[in-house]
Design a protein around this ligand. Structure first.
Ligand code: CP
Length: 343
């Protein structure tokens, strides 16, 4: 049998995801466990983090395990990912060695590797985490690359808690683009689209223009998930129409894919749509809607103080849930019979 990774929720069945969420709810009630006793996880951050690093380190500790944080290029050697290349640049070692050596030490490897933002056709291949999965002999966890599956689970758990039901089918869900001064990763938007449709919600992707529609891979996942789970997916460029009657608003900013690598050209387009900020007037159009965001969030740019401080905002609950869902993911991955570091 091959090692099972946690790279995308699309690789896991609904029953598997439901089991992870159920286990996360148990961990939320009972913080400490022994599921990772004697086990360890290497957390490789190619990009900054606050929530992901804290919740993974703490989650491993609370289950009796140990986490080692590495930042390649900062406190660990820079890594080469190209195959067959002459390594005469900055990188001091190749992923073929890094992944195999770490696999001899630890039982799990978490990887955060954002796109390089130069060429989407390259970035959409998700080469770094794919290379870890190819070369490692232990399970790999995606800690955000071009999707953010741990955030997806935390988001769904927060919605289930808010609505008081595991069944989210038919909920009117809006994923809204928001302005941000810099172009950001599409990862959380891709993830929101695929997990909201996976749980059968009626999903609207609200964005300023067709240029901000997400990559066709995730649009297709969304359409297929909706068809299989009784929900729907549509795109809207009309703020009022999208918010009216919505039960959940999830906000994220992202750079428009057609401008990838030409961000100076995208900037004036983006600047025109500062009005996509989530504010009280928009939330008043919803059906007593709940608001969330993956965080970090620039207040009064993406959402107003009033929205962030309102009872409708469950972003802090969602952030807390990162801890619980990741404990469930780590416990599930080390429990698989074929998992192990070969020692
Ligand atoms: N949401 C999230 O992943 O937060 P960090 O970037 O702080 O880890």
């Amino acid at each position: 049998m091959t090692t099972r990774h946690f790279l995308s929720t699309q690789d896991w069945s609904r029953a598997d995801l439901d089991a992870l969420l159920a286990q996360a709810a148990v961990f939320k009630r009972h913080k400490l466990g022994r599921e990772l006793a004697g086990k360890s996880i290497a957390l490789l951050f190619f990009n900054p983090s606050m929530r992901t690093r804290t919740s993974f380190e703490l989650g491993a500790f609370q289950l009796g395990g140990h986490a080692i944080v590495l930042q390649p290029g900062k406190d660990a050697w820079p890594v080469e990912f190209e195959v067959g290349t002459m390594m005469d640049g900055e990188a001091e070692e190749h992923i073929a060695e890094v992944a195999r050596v770490l696999s001899r030490y630890v039982d799990l490897i978490g990887v955060r590797a954002f796109p390089k933002f130069l060429d989407w056709q390259v970035d959409r291949q998700d080469r770094i985490v794919a290379a870890f999965a190819r070369h490692a002999t232990v399970p790999i966890i995606n800690m955000e690359t071009i999707t953010h599956p741990c955030q997806e689970l935390a988001h769904i758990l927060a919605l289930q808690e808010h609505f008081g039901s595991r069944d989210l089918r038919g909920k009117k869900y809006v994923l809204t683009w928001t302005y941000h001064p810099k172009p950001l990763n599409t990862a959380v938007a891709n993830s929101a689209l695929q997990i909201a449709t996976r749980f059968g919600m009626d999903v609207t992707l609200l964005c300023p223009t067709p240029e901000y529609v997400l990559d066709e891979r995730y649009m297709e996942f969304g359409r297929r998930n909706a068809a299989e789970n009784g929900g729907s997916l549509r795109v809207s460029h009309n703020i009022g129409e999208a918010y009216r009657g919505a039960q959940a608003i999830y906000a994220k900013s992202w750079g428009a894919l057609p401008y990838f690598g030409r961000w100076e050209e995208e900037k004036p387009v983006r600047e025109k749509y500062r009005n996509f900020i989530v504010d009280e007037a928009k939330m008043a159009l919803t059906d007593n809607g709940v608001f969330s965001h993956c965080l970090p969030l620039r207040r009064n740019i993406k959402a107003t103080d009033a929205v962030m401080d309102s009872a409708a905002c469950i972003a802090i609950d969602e952030a807390e849930n990162r801890l619980h869902v990741q404990k469930a993911v780590m416990a599930a991955l080390v429990a698989q019979p074929e998992a192990g570091n070969g020692q």
